[in-house]
Design a protein around this ligand. Structure first.
Ligand code: KG4
Ligand code: ZN
Length: 365
């Protein structure tokens, strides 16, 4: 069976085709093709995602992306059996574009739809390129993106429990906001990380909030204040060497806390496997430090391929496919739909929440 999948929850528009045999759970689903358009350049002048611009751009991009992904797969819509899409969480207007597209295509072609939780897509993304058996359940998932920082215990498809999360800024947000203080364009996480390569991680002692509070929660909002205060006390303009030291010290502060809490989550759950997902999963220092911890503590570490760390539709198609194999896919008739801008991942196993935003702007439930 072939699934056409859409992602439009934030500032990336994606489409993908995934093949799966729902009756053979031992045979891994297969990614046939995927396309992606990033809106980073569109939002860059504003220093963050502008929701209305995001929605309008999704509208412009989604149909050509859908056509391209079918062409790449070498198939026609008639060969598709179901349409999956991100139903939440995310920006309401952006989500509505993908949901409307999915339901429109499915309704026209007489196909069922599968609404998918965006974070479930992220945490199952390592399965896209993992050989069968790798990254198997149970595992601890560390989700680190521009919008989310969460630790989850994942026991199976659709069966996860929240262990901790950021009480303020997400890890990616902390990277992006501090990068801006160093004069790097939005989103500056990757650029800050490159700048950090030439700096000393112990040059500045930035705070590691909640590092020893015993919880698995994170707090990153104090970091940008601390960096801003420190920068104010340095002679302007900052030299390249000082900027590199600042970048390396900021990166170390964020990575230290992520590694410390991920290790604590593994100890607490007894799981022997850690899966890292989300854009910050591309960070080299995080990969290195977790790699060292995995060797020391004896856990298995899995990162999705860099292409699938960021938002994409392949992970949405995979989540739908794995759900089908687990017998828990919320296959529904197309037509009547709503999206869920706030949708706790721990509730994803229960199906779509009752409270929702529908296309006519009303809130139901
Ligand atoms: O998963 P993602 O694409 O989701 C969101 O759109 O939220 O993650 C994007 C985030 C941005 O905050 C970006 O700065 C950060 O991931 N990021 C990085 C790196 N590459 C991307 N942060 C640190 N180091 C990187 N190499
Ligand atoms: Zn995401």
């Amino acid at each position: 069976m072939r699934i056409l999948a859409f992602e439009s929850s934030c500032d990336e528009t994606g489409a993908a085709v995934v093949e799966v045999d729902p009756a053979a759970p031992s045979v891994a689903p297969r990614l046939i093709s995927h396309t992606l358009h990033s809106q980073v350049a569109l939002h860059q002048p504003y220093g963050g995602v502008v929701p209305e611009l995001a929605s309008r751009d999704h509208v412009r991009r989604i149909t050509p992306l859908a056509e391209a992904v079918l062409e790449q797969a070498g198939i026609q819509l008639a060969s598709i059996d179901a349409v999956a899409y991100t139903a939440g969480p995310g920006l309401a207007g952006a989500l509505l574009v993908g949901a409307a597209m999915a339901h429109g295509v499915a309704f026209g072609a007489g196909l069922p739809v599968i609404p998918v939780h965006h974070l479930e897509g992220h945490l199952l993304s390592p399965f896209i390129d993992a050989p069968a058996g790798e990254g198997a359940f149970p595992f601890v998932a560390l989700l680190v993106s521009g919008g989310h920082t969460q630790l989850m215990s994942v026991r199976g498809v659709g069966d996860c429990e929240g262990l901790g999360e950021s009480i303020d800024d997400a890890a990616g947000e902390a990277f992006d906001k501090t990068a801006m203080l160093l004069g790097l364009p939005y989103p500056g996480g990757a650029a800050l990380s490159r700048l950090a390569e030439g700096g000393r991680a112990d040059a500045f002692d930035f705070p590691r909030p909640l590092a020893h509070d015993g919880s698995l929660d994170f707090s990153f909002s104090g970091l940008k204040t601390s960096v801003w205060t420190r920068v104010q006390r340095l002679p302007a303009p900052l030299s390249e060497a000082v900027r590199a030291d600042l970048a390396a010290s900021i990166e170390a502060a964020i990575v230290d806390v992520l590694v410390l809490k991920a290790r604590a989550a593994l100890r607490r759950t007894g799981h022997r496997s850690l899966v890292v997902a989300g854009g910050v999963g591309a960070n080299r220092r995080l990969r290195e430090r977790l790699g060292e911890a995995a060797t020391r503590d004896g856990f298995r570490l899995h990162f999705p391929d860099l292409r699938f760390c960021m938002d994409n539709a392949a992970m949405i198609g995979f989540a739908a496919a794995l759900r089908l194999q687990a017998g828990s896919a919320p296959l529904r008739p197309a037509g009547d739909f709503a999206v869920h801008p706030r949708w706790p991942l721990a509730d994803a196993g229960l199906g779509e929440p009752r409270r929702a935003v529908s296309p006519n702007g009303g809130r139901s439930g």
